[in-house]
Structures are given as C-alpha cells and as structure tokens.
Design a protein. Structure first.
Length: 192
C-alpha cells in the first residue's frame, strides 16, 4: 500500500485540521464502521479488512475512489459526523477542490412502486415498503428533480434524531452516492 504524501502547500491551520481528521478516522472503531458501511463488496475484496487497512482508512478510501488523501479525509470526516456540511464545504475550498464537483451530472431515479433507487443504470438500493421515512426522503428528491439539497421532508419538523436515523438507514449499503443531514435537521443533501 502506498504511503500518503501530505500536501506541503497548505496553510498550517488547514494542514493541522486535516492531520487531526486523518488520525481520528484511523482509530479502529471509526475505521471499522467506515469500512463496513462505505466500501462495496468489490472494494472489500481489493482491500481485505486488516489492521493495516483500518489504520490507513483515509488512504485506502483515497485510492479506491481516486481522491487525494486530503479530500478523502474530508469526505470520511463528514460521513463519520466529525464535521458538519458547512465545515466540509469550507475545507474543500481551502484545499482547492471545486464545490461544483460535489454533484454528479447523472442523477438518481427513485421508483416508489418497485422500491428501487437506480443510479447510472444500476440498482444501488432496494427499499422496503415499511421504510416510510426513507421513502418520504427519496420521494421528495425525485419530485424536485434531485437538487443537491432539499428541505427536511419528514413529518414532525426539525427532529435531528429522526432525520439522522432515516439517513443512516438510507445510506446502508450505498457506496456510489450518499445522503447527509445539513447539521440543523432542516435539510437533506445527496452527493456522488
């Protein structure tokens, strides 16, 4: 496995934040969770779960997804809820990653009748008829044409626990696209 080469052109405060995130993401409990939830079966075959892989989770993620180690750390930190979406966007700007690439040009397609979420021609998620809140979120995205951010469509207002649990359930098994809360339980966003 290659050794990460941190960028030397970043301001000290940004480099320090990224180094801290890398450390946090490489702790065994967090790395195991990210490994299990984010990597596809094909990716897991390429990098079997070993202590070396887990200790270098941001590097593994960077290699698998074709990202810089810095960007991989930022993306994983958002996934692990170490940073909120605003910090995520700010850090991306600070490392020179364009924000317009946060969204794929291809959008998902949700079919509530079959319970299938399709992306780039492949079924990426099948949703049970009992997963009402997940279906509400996907239905709202589909109805609005898949903007990057929608208002929280769940009944009951800004209930962060309900929204987080819905998004956690929705993300289970997804590896190509991900869903996130905006950090205030007022919105949901999706990202390639």
């Amino acid at each position: 496995m290659p050794t990460p080469k941190p960028r030397t052109d970043l301001p000290d405060d940004v480099a320090g934040k990224l180094a801290d995130l890398y450390q946090q993401l490489s702790t065994p409990v967090i790395a195991c969770k990210l490994y299990a939830e984010l990597l596809s079966d094909k990716e897991k075959k390429r990098f079997p779960e070993t202590s070396e892989v887990l200790l270098r989770m941001p590097l593994v993620f960077a290699e698998l997804r074709g990202l810089s180690v810095e960007l991989a750390s930022i993306e994983l930190a958002l996934e692990a809820s170490f940073i909120d979406y605003g910090t995520h966007r700010s850090l991306r700007r600070q490392i020179g990653e364009p924000l317009d690439e946060l969204q794929s040009k291809v959008i998902p397609d949700w079919d509530p009748d079959t319970g299938k979420l399709v992306f780039e021609g492949e079924i990426v998620r099948k949703v049970s008829g009992r997963a009402e809140n997940v279906r509400i979120v996907l239905g709202s995205f589909q109805e609005l044409g898949w903007p990057s951010l929608i208002d929280n469509p769940l009944p009951g207002g800004a209930d962060s626990n309900k929204l987080r649990e819905t998004i956690r359930t929705l993300n289970k098994g997804l590896s190509v696209i991900r869903f996130y809360a905006d950090g205030k339980a007022k919105g949901v966003l999706w990202q390639y």
